[in-house]
Design a protein around this ligand. Sequence first.
Ligand code: TYD
Ligand code: MG
Length: 451
Amino acid sequence: MAKEKKAFVCADCGYQSSSYLGKCPQCNSWGTFEEKVLRSSESVVHKTHSAKAEARPISQIQYTESHRFDVKDTEFNRVLGGGLVTGSVVLIGGEPGIGKSTLLLQVALNCNDSKILYVSGEESAEQIKLRQMRMGISSDNCLVMSVTDVDEVIETAKDLMPRMLIVDSVQTMTSRDSDSFAGSITQVRTCADKLIDFAKLYNIPVLLVGHITKEGSLAGPKILEHMVDTVLQFEGDKNYGYRILRSIKNRFGSTNELGIYEMTSYGLTTVDNPSKVLLSQRDEQLSGVSVCAALEGRRTLLIETQALVSPTYYSSPQRISNGFDIRRLNMLLAVLEKKAGVKVSNKDVFLNIAGGLKVNDTSMDLSVLASIISSHQDVNVNNKWCFAAEVGLSGEIRPVPYIDRRLNEAQAMGFEKIFLSKYNKDNLLERYKIQPVLIASVNDLIEQLIK
Ligand code: TYD
Ligand code: MG
């Protein structure tokens, strides 16, 4: 008989403690400790495997490409790494109202030659029908079920054997094996566990919708992210139509992939050439506007940054940023004031990244700074110019990677000059029609903008 031991276990991350703790020292969650009986040989988090593992030389291991299912959506396929791997479990997170249900129902309807089971614990079948009518696509192979009992979902799925199972959302599911309320950590984990087992056993891919908390993490156990094969995030500013599907974790592909959609009145449409739609249609030159040749994941996006610098009426100036890290904006303003003597500490600064996209590329720095200088000095930035460089704390302009991709995209979009760091000088630049302007400091930038 294995020896039994009692322990308090964090339901979020699996941390074990001999006494009850209010806050988990590992994942900082509150009130997640539960008393558990552990057998000495058992770990609470990891399942024990019955088959004996064997060490083999890596050269003798056979690799077979996993079978992928085409979900009939170029962006979704791309983000998954070339289609949905059969038997894999994908978690799609996003804020309420961002379009997760729309995206998945659309995928289910588009795959009209395969049987897809779409389970919703949030909406009635009539509500789903309403959404389908709005999208204007239909499929006889899309089976809809409104239920919250996960055991019932799995039983139905075993009978139907669909090509794909969609569960919207994992937080609404409950299992008979857990008496916690729906959405609680133990309940979410039990349901996810059952669905994952189903996916692996029957080799049917499962797409799970997961809600995101105010803090931006997936609600429910953090451990959910570790349990599934792929975690995707659907994001965007609700005031704009653009949505980004980002891969955060992918056991079957790169996490550098990005899908771009636009929410229309008849569902989501894929955006194949993002630069074209992100650049506002303008012929006239405006002050406070410049364009960055940014890289998000593997995609080059030409994005407009807009700044407004105006005298402040308050004791401390306002700094408001949309789509750009506010701390980085403050840092750029400090550099501008200290290294180039441009007084901005008595000015309100508003910054906006067009399209409501959040881009995590430091190459945005130079364009943000150009927009600020342009608004501050009231000089226009030529609308055939674009920017791509990082700005350092001493006002130096630092190089960014993948210059060839940025040059290609900027040239294709009709830009004539691109501002880069002088350290980006290499023979590559000569091959392009677009003219590089290599600069070393913030002062060089100001000089170029106001000459
Ligand atoms: P939804 O998919 O319900 O979001 P989630 O499942 O992430 O909570 O989408 C919600 C929003 O999308 C809602 O405000 C309405 C809007 N929408 C459209 O603009 N066009 C459409 O065709 C559909 C179906 C929804
Ligand atoms: Mg929904």
